[in-house]
Design a protein around this ligand. Sequence first.
Ligand code: ZN
Length: 429
Amino acid sequence: MAIGKNKTFQKNDHREINKKLKFFHFSENVGSSLPIWLPNGELVKHLIKQYLKKLETEYNFNFVTTPVLGKIEMYKTSGHLEHYQEYMFPAIKVNEQKLMLRPMACPHHCKVFCHQNYSYQDLPVRMSENVLLFRYEKSGAIHGLERVRQMELKDAHIFLPKNKSIIKKEITNCFFMIKTALRKLGLKIDKIYLSLHDSENMKKYYHDINLWKKTENILEEVLTELKVTFEKVKGEAAFYGPKIDFQVNTVLQHDVTISTIQLDFLLGEKFKLKYRTKKQNKGEIFATPIVVHLGTIGTYERLLSLLLEQKNGWLPFWLSPAQIMIFSMNNDETTKKYAQKVFEFLKSHDLRVEMMDVNKKISENIKLAWERKVPVHIFLGKQETESKTITYIHHNHPQTKHNKDIFQLIDQCQKWMNNIESEKNKKQK
Ligand SMILES: [Zn+2]
């Protein structure tokens, strides 16, 4: 029994699935745990980025690009050097400067905030970026795409006034945005953590117990008001504040975080962030914002590893690198010409469609299409060619559709593409 179970785990391991799908690669020559995204994986990543940009735009985020390096002094200010140094690559000395590869982008986003000279009317300021991060994970901790040393995080920071109801509203919005994104991706969450500090081990945390209570209560109130089932976990907070973490159990039973909302009352103070208040006439000209760190889908590396494992490689239709494979069931020239027409027609409707390899047997082609997890197979023979129809099957809907008009498939594909929302309408659900 146990052996069978282990075999399943092994089969569903994203590293195993990747052998056929060719999404990513690691080369010892490049460096351990530094992922190389191959064309299929890069396409999937691009599609997710496109989707998230649309979703974030609906939630009024702005987009920035910041450098992968930062001066060592900046990480002293942020506290990363004190609390996170063991996960950072050593500094690079250039002339008189010491530069470090960033493990997080929060300090860079603070610098954007400083530069913009915001007033209270501009807040909340929502800033998003796909950031490349570098973390020196120990050899024993690295695992496929799940835990790597270079990663790309969908990272965002929200700068807010110290006003409880505004903070709660913003965290609620972040929560809905995460839920919408995960639903669209079809990723199943196993549990939600409210990650708290540990009063018996304060080494890695700041020492203001009242501030911990205040920030932890805000997150707990939001989860309670949303009627979310969650677990409180002591000692899992970030060094700067408590978190709401969306957890997934991997096939190897690793309990990993995918999405996260983190509340930080310190970062604004550390970087001396200021915005102009409306009380200028009373002499209170500037105030310091608090920061919410938002990871909507975590890193693209971990996200892909979880999607592949949960779905055994069958990504949702909108993410499949090849969505449709066309099979010509005979060698007849008329059928071949018809197949080419069908191919071009579907392509003109922005579908990712491929023709079978004519140098291989049909049975071999079908086997390959299944292995590559192409979700829709179209079969064209004499009958279809004469009646100008198609016969097709979707892997998730095993009933074959015979002699259908091609527009019927196009309509169906649109439904599969939009399988979930209309984000705006459903985000409040
Ligand atoms: Zn951050």
